[in-house]
Write a protein that binds this ligand. Structure first.
Ligand SMILES: [Zn+2]
Ligand SMILES: [Zn+2]
Length: 137
């Protein structure tokens, strides 16, 4: 019984990881739950959160803290920056060179008594869709 429970859990976790690799949406836990609940009738939103937590701990996915909104998740792949749209809430991947961030991290480690190992840079404003809409005002 316990063994089959464990198997089901790891299968769910595998599917969550696959789902995150297959989308550029930076989904919430609820989005993931909606897409997997038919496949796993006994899945709960709590299961999804638990599995996401484990995947974060394993370093396979990253949590993007949503501040006042829900946290979003994405599979760990190429490092990149995000733009968060303040109108529609979209999180868009940016193809910016990351040397500037490396430079800042080095600078921090040279000039501060702290030691940073990674950094995340986020931009806020309007995504392409919302920016286009704005042009019509
Ligand atoms: Zn937008
Ligand atoms: Zn991203």
């Amino acid at each position: 019984m316990a063994a089959s429970n464990k198997l089901r859990t790891s299968r769910q976790r595998q599917r969550i990881l696959e789902l995150l690799h297959s989308t550029a949406e930076h989904p919430t836990a609820a989005w993931i739950y909606d897409r997997l609940k038919d496949e796993f009738p006994r899945l709960s939103l709590g299961n999804v959160y638990r599995n996401l937590h484990i995947l974060v701990e394993q370093g396979l996915i990253e949590r993007i803290e949503g501040g006042s909104t829900f946290d979003r998740y994405e599979a760990v792949g190429n490092p990149h920056c995000h733009l968060v749209c303040e109108r529609c809430g979209a999180i868009v991947d940016l193809q910016l060179p990351l040397e500037a961030i490396d430079h800042l991290t080095r600078k921090l480690n040279e000039t501060e008594p702290h030691h940073a190992t990674r950094a995340r840079l986020e931009f806020f404003g309007l995504c392409a869709n919302c920016a286009r809409g704005k042009a019509g005002y």
